[in-house]
Write a protein that binds this ligand. Structure first.
Ligand code: MET
Ligand SMILES: [Zn+2]
Length: 331
């Protein structure tokens, strides 16, 4: 059965909350893929044996990851293309021209679609501009972020993703800088020609990583008025602190009460950039049930997990979402 356009689906089913998958990059790492390189979780797809050898170990690992997220309840899953911009790929792999780049993206999308089946939604994941220089968690884009040609950077991936019918939704992830947000919002329906969302990278203190308040973010969006691209389907947060994510979501909902939201926080563990290890979340004051409850009350329509969240986390999200749905029906 053909999938309904996700924007229409969300509008026609106002009480439905979709469960998303978890942090693929870190999950592939957990399963033995060495992702520590500039193209990160794209790495398994770069090797020719992934495509030529049906029994390749990496192929099995990626497939099993998708499978485990689906078994945990995920209804909408992502391509593992966070670090797959043309710039990152062409500077760090043998793929140097747009023809080969498009072949790579098409292969990844075909493979991901095969893994998740026809009935589930597939998100084409695009890491922020800052991702290619590891700036997505501080948002410092240099002295003149207003002069960065964001469109030139994103164009090859946008041209591919927005024209590929196997993708239902495009996700701009971990956007930490207001100039980048402004640029994405300025692209019209000809460029961003199908449903998309923007996942903001927000600090524990509630500000965008570059220091912009959520009120300023909202004013920027409201300022577009009628000119806002109608394909902007959801706004939200990803890879933000698990413990603080409810407050952040509430602050966005307060400013933009009519915009559907998406939220997928990280596991709450802290990455020690010096030692390059994840430190435990010493203070897990909330359960997924608390988190999901708060999200749904604040207009969140898609809930999943980002870095270091596993199929077990997604299982907990699924249970919490189902519990909420039951309560809603009982009311
Ligand atoms: C640094 S946030 C990364 C998000 C990405 N979707 C992943 O987990 O693979
Ligand atoms: Zn993440």
């Amino acid at each position: 059965m053909a999938r309904q356009c996700i924007k229409n689906y969300l509008q026609e089913n106002p009480n439905k909350v979709l469960v998303m998958d978890g942090g693929q990059g870190t999950e592939l790492e957990n399963r033995g893929i060495k992702v520590a390189n500039p193209v990160w979780s794209t790495i398994p797809f770069i090797s020719e044996s992934f495509w030529s050898d049906q029994s390749s170990e990496d192929r099995k690992i990626v497939k099993e990851m998708f499978n485990d997220f689906i078994n945990a309840g995920a209804e909408i899953l992502m391509t593992t293309t966070y670090q797959t911009s043309f710039k990152s790929v062409s500077e760090n792999t043998p793929i140097k021209n747009t023809k080969h780049y498009n072949e790579l993206l098409n292969r990844i999308i075909d493979f991901s679609r095969d893994c998740i089946g026809e009935e589930r939604y597939l998100i084409g994941c695009i890491g922020s501009w800052g991702a290619h220089i590891c700036a997505e968690f501080h948002g410092d884009y240099g002295e003149h972020p207003e002069n960065i040609d964001f469109y030139e950077y994103f164009k090859p991936q946008l041209d591919n993703f927005f024209n590929n019918n196997k993708l239902d939704l495009i996700g701009f992830e971990t956007v930490p800088n207001i100039h980048e947000l402004k640029a994405i919002l300025s692209w019209d329906e000809k460029i961003l020609s199908k449903p998309f969302y923007i996942g903001l990278s927000v600090h524990e203190n509630g500000l965008l990583r570059d220091g912009t308040s959520m009120q300023e973010v909202a004013n920027l969006i409201k300022g577009f008025g009628e000119k806002l691209n109608p394909n902007l389907t959801l706004l939200g947060i990803n890879c933000v602190s698990y413990n603080h994510s409810n407050d952040i979501i509430k602050s966005i909902h307060k400013e933009l009460p009519n915009l559907p939201l998406i939220a997928y926080p990280n596991s709450g563990e802290i990455y020690d950039t010096t030692k390059k290890i994840w430190l435990p979340n010493k203070n897990p004051i909330f359960t997924w049930d608390d988190i999901v409850k708060g999200y749904i009350e604040a207009g969140v329509r898609i809930i999943g997990g980002c870095c270091r969240t596993t199929p077990n986390d997604i299982k907990a999200v699924t249970i919490a979402v189902k519990e909420r749905a039951k309560k809603y029906i009982d009311m």
